[in-house]
Design a protein around this ligand. Structure first.
Ligand SMILES: Nc1ncnc2c1ncn2[C@@H]1O[C@H](COP(=O)(O)OP(=O)(O)OP(=O)(O)O)[C@@H](O)[C@H]1O
Length: 551
């Protein structure tokens, strides 16, 4: 992931790195000028002043260019990662996304992508400080070769210690990153479960203390441990530098010629080198954090494989028949080590046919609806549309036959689809039909509000489904949240109207008093269809069901 981002911005990165190199080199050169000026006579100093001023300006300009370019790279990387993860989430297989869970996606989109973007802020610091340290060492080598040899030994020892620490620290940072994915899930529960947490103090305390609190603590502990190891190893590096200073000043430089200039040179270099060295050692962990996050994003992306796009992006052919031929699906429940199996199911659907899918909780109705809508790929069996088998390449096009309102439906704040000059007018007419015109309006394709009751929000979702004008509609317990009057409107007016429009409709329902209104009643139990009742003509049923109501 990191290498992909680096490859992608190669030119900008090269320019930014060059600017950092110039800046670092100029910094060292400045220092050399200072050291030379300290022992120079008055005429020499006058010439040196101009050089010094030019190099100082050069350092500033190069540093500015590097910082701006790296900031651009960082923002670019952040945006690129967000787009990459979002595109992956949009295009992946729905079941895979459901299994992965929203928290990991959220964590990748926010925390991990920000840390990877940080990489591009740390790099200039590492390059500039690295060059300053390197330049100082080279200058010291020029002053005295013995010192350079000592420096190589110190750097070798420091790198070894740092590498060993690094291995341990990365383990802790990885654990923290994994725990953080869970933490995002708990953060969501904090808002989604706000009512439950307020109504039950014991639950609130356990959640806050043992669940959320423990997770926060784990992330804190693991990250602190990981970062502490880095910081400790940075201090170890620092200590080695002081050891090196002592070695040079008190042992190695003892008898060299031109002792005064060499001593001031070393003193200057050491003093100047300490801060860049510290920065260098502190910024390397940020690179490691970025690498851990990049690995995390990669693992999340691997769990979200791209499903094949439709080969032809034309609208689907008109729906004449749809057959589920022996389809199966199963869920594996890791915690209890058991499997829920649905199917094999054989059912056919036709335009203008209202099918009620009924059965107890957990019998598999929603799972069957997801299979039917192409959200789940059948593990076995086939789906035939107008006699043609739907394969992976045709699945996205197949899904365009459906509008569905599932129990956990989502309302976007605008219609997004169905553009046209009269879209607002059509939408507002439907809102009036569903008695929502006083609560919400559509203007330029956007809803004026979504702050509605659950029943009203479902009516709004129905407006969206009407506007999508797809040939197959799926309602998963849509009427469950409606008041008795509107429930009646749904079963006695909306459904017959959809039938008259030639729509195929699957209604998942527990409203048994309306069951006789279906063209067909499919009963499910334990993942199997146990009976299919076909009913008489709608007008006759209407009379039959109205009578008991009137009585
Ligand atoms: N996302 C999921 N992951 C794993 N197992 C699931 C998932 N959704 C459903 N199941 C399992 O599949 C079984 C059937 O669930 P499904 O939602 O299809 O039932 P249902 O008939 O629609 O129930 P209800 O009337 O309560 O809505 C459940 O018992 C559950 O164990």
């Amino acid at each position: 992931m990191l290498s992909y981002l680096i490859r992608q911005s190669r030119q900008l990165l090269t320019a930014a790195a060059l600017a950092s190199i110039v800046s670092g080199t100029c910094s060292v050169f400045l220092l050399v000028q200072v050291n030379t000026a300290l022992t120079a006579n008055a005429t020499e100093r006058a010439d040196l002043a101009w050089i010094f001023a030019a190099v100082a300006v050069g350092t500033m300009v190069a540093r500015m260019i590097a910082a701006v370019l790296f900031e651009r790279l960082s923002q670019h990387a952040h945006a690129e990662l967000r787009s990459y993860i979002s595109a992956r989430v949009v295009a992946t297989d729905y079941r895979k996304l459901e299994a992965l869970g929203g928290a990991r996606v959220q964590s990748a989109l926010s925390e991990h992508s920000a840390r990877v973007a940080d990489f591009f802020v740390s790099v200039p610091s590492i390059i500039i400080n690295g060059i300053v340290v390197l330049g100082c060492l080279v200058y010291m080598a020029w002053l005295s070769w013995q010192v350079f040899c000592a420096a190589v030994v110190v750097i070798g020892l420091g790198s070894l210690g740092y590498h060993l620490a690094h291995l341990r620290a990365i383990g802790h940072l990885d654990t923290a990153a994994r725990e953080q994915d869970k933490l995002f899930d708990y953060f969501r529960s904090l808002v989604d479960g706000a009512k439950e947490l307020r109504l039950n103090r014991a639950k609130r305390e356990v959640f806050a203390g043992q669940v959320l609190g423990r997770s926060i603590e784990t992330v804190r502990r693991e990250r602190t441990l990981g970062m502490s190891i880095f910081v400790v190893s940075a201090s170890w590096g620092n200590f080695l530098v002081y050891g090196f200073i002592g070695l040079v000043l008190f042992v190695l430089v003892g008898d060299v010629p031109d002792r005064a200039r060499v001593m001031t040179g070393f003193a200057l270099m050491f003093l100047y080198m300490i801060t860049p060295l510290e920065n260098l050692l502190l910024n390397v962990p940020r690179i490691n954090l970025a690498r851990v996050s990049a690995r995390r994003i990669e693992s999340i992306a691997n769990d979200l494989p791209l499903s094949l796009p439709s080969t032809v992006m034309t609208p689907p052919a008109p729906l004449r028949s749809l057959v589920l031929d022996g389809v199966r699906h199963s869920y594996y429940h890791e915690v209890h080590d058991d499997i829920f199996s649905l199917g094999p199911i054989r059912l056919d659907f036709a335009p203008g046919q209202i099918t009620f899918l009924v059965g107890g909780n957990g019998s598999g109705k929603t799972t069957l609806a997801k299979l039917l809508a192409g959200l789940y790929v059948p593990e076995d069996g086939r789906i035939l549309v107008n006699g043609e088998n739907i394969d992976d390449a045709g699945r996205d096009r197949y899904r365009q036959h459906f509008s569905a309102i599932f129990a956990d439906f989502h309302l976007f704040d605008s219609l997004l689809d169905g553009a046209g000059a009269d879209l607002d007018a059509r939408a507002n007419a439907l809102l009036a039909k569903l008695h929502l015109q006083h609560k919400v309006q559509v203007k330029e394709g956007a809803f004026s509000t979504r702050a509605l009751s659950q029943g009203q929000r479902k009516r709004l979702a129905l407006v969206v489904a009407y506007l999508e004008n797809r040939p197959f509609l799926i309602f998963d317990e849509w009427a469950a949240d409606q008041d008795p009057v509107f429930k009646d409107v749904f079963y006695r007016e909306v459904l017959p109207e959809l039938r008259a429009m030639g729509k195929a409709v699957l209604v998942i329902s527990h409203d048994d008093r309306y069951f006789p209104l279906a063209d067909r009643l499919v009963r499910m139990e334990n993942g199997q269809v146990i009976s299919v009742e076909t009913h008489a003509a709608p007008q006759m049923r209407e009379a039959a069901t109205l009578e008991p109501d009137l009585a």
